[in-house]
Design a protein around this ligand. Structure first.
Ligand SMILES: Nc1ncnc2c1ncn2[C@@H]1O[C@H](COP(=O)(O)OP(=O)(O)OP(=O)(O)O)[C@@H](O)[C@H]1O
Ligand SMILES: [Mg+2]
Length: 247
């Protein structure tokens, strides 16, 4: 099983939009896919119209006292299941701080999934806390949306520094991509040029800024499922192929 995390220290950069469309694209390609919504906001769960089960408790789940597979739900699409998020997932850090191996707890919890799934996609909340570190330690690839502005460049520097310092022994693929790009803006064009020169790992595919992506909140389904011929959907499909090639 491959594990891919949609992760950035920054909020609102397109992690969930990516995770939802990537998970859908992979499932369409025949991979048995599980999307784990680990963000208490539950945006991925919202897009797939999946409500978390009453019995699911954030603390118990992260402590390993509730088997993760018990709370996985089928989506409306073949090969694609979801672990829906709950507000109680906000307690994850407290549990992790008390775990035997505070950095490896999530990796441990994901192990049994390998029997059922080819791919686990983690929709991570923004931040750099203990949960983030667990996610970084559990994944084969960190896919990180970057909006091409100077502030994002700064955050990207912080993340790469962190990865070099703390994940030197077990380095996951670091795959940043440009998100919410407005090509008519010179600042975006110039920042992309600078960042590509600085970080050769940047994926070639660019996700444009598009109202079609925002409309996913109305359709509550992946853009690739509802409007696959839109430029943004085509970009998500291309991005998925590029990532699968990199794994
Ligand atoms: N390519 C895009 N074009 C236009 N709007 C977008 C695009 N990608 C995401 N958005 C919108 O921007 C907002 C944030 O996107 P999203 O939820 O995917 O980001 P996020 O990084 O997961 O945020 P958070 O850190 O809160 O989890 C949403 O309203 C979404 O509809
Ligand atoms: Mg999100």
């Amino acid at each position: 099983m491959n594990t891919v995390a949609a992760y950035s220290i920054k909020g609102g950069v397109g992690k969930t939009a990516f995770a939802v469309n990537f998970a859908y694209a992979c499932a369409q390609l025949g991979r048995r896919t599980l999307l784990l919504d680990l963000d208490p906001q539950g945006a991925s769960s919202f897009y797939f119209r999946i409500r978390p089960p009453e019995k699911l408790k954030g603390r118990k789940l992260m402590a390993g006292k509730q088997p993760l597979l018990d709370f996985v739900r089928e989506s409306d699409y073949p090969n694609l299941d979801i672990l829906p998020a709950k507000l109680s997932f906000r307690h994850f850090d407290h549990v992790l701080a008390e775990a035997n191996k505070p950095l490896a707890q999530l990796r441990q919890l994901l192990k049994p999934l390998a029997e059922t799934y080819d791919l686990a996609v983690v929709d991570a909340p923004p931040n750099l806390n203990l949960l983030s570190e667990n996610i970084l330690h559990a994944t084969d690839a960190i896919v990180s949306p970057v909006v091409p502005t100077p502030l994002s460049a700064n955050t990207l520097g912080q993340l790469t520094e962190f990865l070099e310092e703390h994940l030197a022994e077990r380095t996951p693929e670091f795959l940043p991509f440009f998100s919410m790009v407005e090509s008519r803006k010179r600042l975006h064009r110039d920042t992309m040029c600078d960042l590509r020169a600085q970080y050769p790992a940047f994926l070639r595919t660019i996700i444009p800024y598009s109202t079609d992506v925002e409309r996913m909140g109305l359709s509550r389904s992946p853009l690739l499922a509802t409007r696959p011929s839109t430029p943004a959907a085509k970009a998500f499909a291309q991005l998925a192929s590029e990532i699968l090639r990199a794994l």
